[in-house]
Ligand binder design. Structure first.
Ligand code: ADP
Length: 727
């Protein structure tokens, strides 16, 4: 179908044409003829890169121009929210306002009311629904990207509940990877179904075994025995490759080993470009390895890297500066990074108790990254058989069908949160109504019978009543209690809230960081670090040393909670080091963690600390304890001791700069305001930009002459460093 023939507003066609798109891909045409433009729900299950986003854009903008209201676009990851936000911004030329929202789960975000397209993570939108902002009534369309995540153990229930809430209230467009039971999903959503294997770039799939590459069509190519030659061969042909492995450490190892081979193929300008890239990356033990690999044009990509580093790698790979990425499977679920050749080194991974096969759905998503539209005629996806039988791999992953999706609503942790929310925030008044609502879920549709879920729901309701989240009046109607309502809005597990409340009396007696951090680490909402076998004794010693500060008893070692407890102690110790200004690099080394891990526990701890304070406020708080908690929260957020709290509130002043300023005698904002520019520039990490920001913040104009002098002073100082000298 030609773009011209689309039955939509001329202006929409103009924007599409301006992107250089004249003809719709066949599955796009089919999708747009399915009735979705007239308001019918649609499940669109087609491979990555076959143009799902464009379909959703046309549907959204068409609806907004015709009917007004709002469209919500749900994504599974923050990085994807940013990617989509950037893409949708183009529609602003038609007067459509686009916003993205991801963090802060305790907010109505009324400001979103001014926007037409709202991009949000599923968790964020779920939390917004619990605050019932006014604009939610105007939502006329929900696009659920990567809807197959309904089958994900920890995140599926959220998506399923959002869709259950919105079903019948707004039009639904569900975008999915190819799954085994898309029909079932479409039936549940009362939606048309468009399914296809069509791809804009042909995909050739094969299995590599000891130097033989068996293609799916029966052809065989011969290579040296080591699969690394598949990578080198791609780079020699001027193309890139993605290598998927199952652990962070193997991603690093493969990247370093491939780097030494790829580096020989780089041109001088390419090497220079990489040098530039390397110099923009911060130093720590993980990036030290990354930098070594990057020298040869290869990167690794895993959850241990910071977001900024991952984005940098993705961008540089798309731009061709990085030739090869060795990645854990998270990359396949993330932003768009196509490559000519995709090599899957591992089809098994370690999951808790042993090795399991990676699902077909996930391997197919990795394979789907092969082939760059506009650049490659074909893309190649190759699975490496190491100890496995190549025939079996071919059967399972190349000729096989992806798995069915199963509802994860019954996952206990997710379910108790959702039941609480239904009662406290969504007006479910009694058990009958609760069961009726559950009858609208994918779980109910799939199982056809919700007896088991009803039984679980009953237990959850008992738990909620027993712990005063809700109550029941004499006519068996639910009543939301403030503790329950707040828990639900704070978007935490009721078990977390209960743990907090139970600890409040002891916390009031003896407020201290270690006790509070261990408490936070003991909740199901926290992702704790694991204490390894050889570390157990050390953390047990630490627990005994700090016993008086804890709000819980140290379990005996026969206790099933023993190892979990020591993991909480480890996590609490990391947080304690953080607020005592231990440098990040030392933290990574001491606890053998990556920057991404530290970032994640800090982010979670920050949110849980906030929730703890908010809940404490409900129980006749003592003012001095509340103040203590607030200060501790700030220390946690900034990673500083108490004396720096005033300084880190200043713009661009983080823990390092604040400490440097403090040690140089600038101990208060006032002292900084009165300081001479020259003296401030003497402080480590303080440049003219930072000083300008500070003065702006204080409302003090910096005379042009001072600025010039400042720049000169900064240059002179830089020249004085060893680095400059060596250059
Ligand atoms: P998906 O969301 O299915 O992964 P995208 O919508 O991101 O895929 O599409 C991948 C790329 O294909 C984008 O760069 C997009 O601009 C381009 N594209 C989409 N539809 C067409 C089309 N009909 N003709 C040419 N290019 C297209």
């Amino acid at each position: 179908m030609k773009v011209e023939e689309l039955p939509v507003d001329e202006r929409i066609k103009r924007v599409i044409r301006e992107r250089g798109i004249k003809e719709l891909y066949p599955p796009q045409a089919e999708a747009l003829k399915s009735g979705v433009l007239e308001g019918k729900n649609l499940v669109l299950a087609i491979p990555t890169a076959s143009g799902k986003t464009l379909v959703s854009e046309i549907v959204m903008v068409n609806k907004l121009l015709r009917e007004g209201g709002k469209a919500v676009y749900l994504v599974p990851l923050k990085a994807l929210a940013e990617e989509k936000y950037r893409e949708f911004k183009e529609w602003e030329s038609l007067g459509i306002r686009v916003a993205a929202t991801t963090g802060d789960y305790d907010s109505t975000d009324e400001w979103l009311g001014r926007y037409d397209i709202i991009v949000a993570t599923a968790e964020k939108f779920d939390s917004l629904l619990r605050h019932s902002p006014k604009w939610v009534r105007d939502v006329k369309l929900v696009v659920a990207d990567e809807v197959h995540l309904i089958g994900s153990y920890d995140r599926g229930a959220t998506l399923e509940m959002i869709l259950s809430h919105m079903l019948g209230k707004a039009q639904i467009l569900a975008l999915s990877a190819t799954v085994g039971n898309a029909e079932e999903l479409a039936e549940w959503l009362d939606a048309a179904l468009v399914m296809s294997d069509w791809r804009p770039v042909e995909l050739r799939k094969g299995v590599f075994h000891l130097g033989q590459l068996f293609w799916e069509d029966g052809k065989i190519d011969r290579y040296p025995e080591n699969w690394a030659f598949l990578v080198i061969d791609a780079v020699k042909r001027g193309k890139g490759a993605l290598v998927f492995v199952n652990t962070r450490r193997s991603a690093e190892k493969e990247a370093l080993s491939l780097s030494s081979k790829v580096s020989k193929l780089l041109t001088k300008p390419e090497a220079r470009q990489l040098e530039e890239l390397i110099s923009s990356i911060e130093d720590n033990p993980t990036t030290e390895k990354l930098k070594r690999a990057l020298k040869g044009g290869v990167a690794f990509h895993h959850a241990g890297l910071s977001r900024a580093e991952r984005t940098l790698i993705e961008d540089a790979f798309r731009a061709g500066a990085i030739k090869v990425i060795a990645a854990t499977p998270t990359l396949a679920a993330g932003v768009n990074t196509p490559a000519f050749r995709v090599i899957i080194r591992d089809t098994k991974r370690y999951a808790g108790f042993g090795w399991t096969d990676i699902p077909v759905l996930e391997i197919q998503q990795m394979m789907g990254r092969a082939g760059r539209p506009k650049y490659d005629r074909v893309g190649e996806a190759i699975i490496v058989a190491r100890t496995e039988d190549p025939k079996k791999l071919m059967e399972r992953y190349i000729h096989g069908k992806p798995e069915k999706l199963f509802s994860m609503l019954a996952n206990e942790q997710a379910f108790r949160s959702q039941v609480l929310a239904l009662i406290t925030n969504f007006g479910i008044g009694n058990f009958r109504e609760l069961v009726d609502f559950l009858g609208k879920t994918f779980y109910a549709h799939q199982k056809g019978d919700i007896a088991a879920l009803e039984y679980k729901a009953r237990n959850v309701v008992y738990f909620l009543i027993e712990n005063e989240f809700i109550d029941m009046d004499t006519s068996d109607r639910f009543m939301a209690l403030p503790f329950g309502k707040r828990t639900s809005q704070l978007y935490i597990d009721p078990v977390t809230a209960k743990k907090f409340r139970d600890a409040f009396p002891q916390l009031e007696e003896n407020p201290n960081p270690f006790g509070i951090f261990q408490l936070i680490a003991s909740t199901p909402d926290m992702a704790t670090l694991t204490a390894r076998k050889r570390e157990l004794e050390d953390y047990l010693d630490l627990a005994y040393e700090f016993e008086e500060r804890l709000y819980t008893n140290i379990p005996y070692y026969e206790d099933s909670r023993f190892q979990g407890f020591l993991s909480q102690v480890k996590t609490a110790k990391v947080l304690l080091d953080w607020i005592n200004e231990v440098p990040e690099a030392r933290i990574y080394e001491t606890y053998n963690i990556d920057p991404g891990d530290l970032y994640r526990i800090l982010e979670l701890a920050d949110w849980l600390m906030y929730a703890l304070i908010e809940l404490y406020k409900l129980f006749e708080p003592k003012e001095e304890v509340l103040q203590y908690l607030r200060d501790l929260h700030l220390r946690l957020r900034h990673g500083v001791r108490e004396e720096l709290l005033e300084l880190v509130k200043l713009p661009n002043i983080g823990r390092k700069r604040a400490r440097a300023l403090y040690n140089a005698g600038f101990t208060t904002p006032d002292a900084i305001m009165r300081a001479k520019v020259r003296d401030l520039l003497e402080v480590e990490g303080i440049g003219i930009k930072v000083v300008e920001g500070l003065f702006k913040h204080f409302g003090v104009e910096m005379p042009g002459k001072v600025k010039e002098a400042g720049k000169k002073a900064e240059k002179a100082r830089k020249r004085g460093t060893l680095d400059e000298f060596l250059k």
